[in-house]
Design a protein around this ligand. Structure first.
Ligand code: MG
Length: 369
């Protein structure tokens, strides 16, 4: 289609920083944030379409700072000008070869490319994924969990009550303090207060094997309330995760253990997890799709989450849920933790429900443009 190729040549790529304030500081066992420090990407193509992307580095998890990832993105952007957005797969590989250690920077660029492509074709972004081998499109309203940060008990209780009133029935709790009893007391208190709520418990590698085992043993009393126990121990302690999984008390999810496709294969081989948590910012967009396929082919479950991302990057993750299908656990809540939404258009939240956009691409524009 020469006409399309003439219209989808990349003419410019811009990258700019944006700080989005949070309602409460986001505290986990490996870091603390008071604002989302991200950067946005805009790709303009020859036919006049524009695509947007987001870079949401989380230094405590991936080692990328915003300054470094913006510098990387600008360096990589120069290699994209003159290429076509329809070459997104090849371009993604080239970006990875140039900046293997900068997944967030690459992801921002990849997202802008595919958004521009889907907009040029007049289709929602998820329609792009539904053409991938093995995809089982699942376009419907889905529900996300919501994350409670590690704050004092009174604040956590108040936040939980507020989310409950807004309809949330899956709470994600950050655990992984060295004091296992304190973590359990908080979870048990919330479980008593909200008998129809279930939990995703995320230790972010905070426990050693003995602590993780003590924690899981205490969940024996009410296993049905725990959907997942995420990243209980160090990311490379596959044997420790496999031991917890062998207890068969609650499903074990791998998050920090899986950045790359090779990581996913190691987790599968070691029997280290029941579920793998996908995040475009830790793996890159195209690599995330490949990881999803490998994990699903091995019979494991899929979760999808994000770093501290606005509705732009989270909309890309939602598009994977809709277009690829087979992603059962949604942790797409970070826009709800922000005091401001820098975007208009795109998917919306109705309590915990994510209402897909039917607009071309992500359907999202910067509010200030
Ligand atoms: Mg996690």
């Amino acid at each position: 289609m020469p006409q399309l190729s003439a219209r989808d040549e990349i003419v410019s790529v811009d990258v700019w920083p944006v700080d989005v304030p949070l309602d409460d500081p986001f505290v986990i066992s490996r870091g603390r944030l008071s604002a989302a420090e991200c950067a946005f990407v805009r790709v303009c193509v020859s036919g006049g379409e524009v695509g947007y992307g987001e870079i949401a580095p989380f230094a405590a998890l991936t080692g990328e700072t915003r300054d470094a990832s913006m510098a990387d993105a600008r360096r990589l952007a120069a290699s994209l000008v003159g290429r076509r957005v329809s070459e997104w797969r090849e371009l993604s590989e080239a970006l990875e070869a140039m900046a293997p250690g900068s997944p967030a920077a690459r992801t921002g660029l990849e997202c802008a490319l595919v958004d521009a492509l889907a907009r040029s074709r007049g289709t929602p972004l998820h329609a792009l994924w539904s053409q991938i081998d093995g995809a089982r499109p699942d376009v419907r309203v889905r529900e996300t969990d919501v994350t409670l940060p590690m704050l004092d008990d009174a604040r956590v209780e108040a936040l939980a009550q507020g989310w409950y009133q807004r309809g949330f029935r899956v709470l994600k709790l950050k655990v992984g303090n060295p004091d296992v009893d304190k973590d359990l007391a908080r979870v048990e208190s919330l479980a008593r207060r909200h008998p129809d709520v279930s939990f995703v418990l995320d230790a972010n590698q905070g426990y050693d094997r003995a602590q993780a085992r003590a924690f899981v043993e205490r969940l024996r009393a009410w296993p049905a309330r725990v959907r997942l126990f995420e990243q209980p121990v160090a990311r490379d302690d596959f044997a420790g995760m496999a031991e917890l999984r062998a207890l068969a008390i609650v499903p074990i999810a791998a998050d920090e253990s899986v950045f790359t496709l090779a990581d996913a294969r190691r987790v599968i081989e070691a029997g280290a997890a029941d579920v793998v948590n996908l995040k475009i910012m830790k793996s890159g967009l195209v690599r995330t799709i490949e990881i999803a396929r490998a994990v699903r082919a091995a019979g494991l479950g899929l979760m999808i989450g994000g770093m501290m991302e606005t509705r732009l990057a989270m909309g890309v993750s939602l598009s994977l849920v809709l277009g690829l299908g087979g992603i059962d656990h949604l942790d797409l809540d970070t826009p709800l933790l922000m005091s401001d939404d820098p975007w208009v258009g795109g998917y919306t939240y109705d309590g915990p429900r994510l209402i897909p956009s039917t607009q071309p691409g992500l359907g999202t524009q910067p509010k200030s443009a």
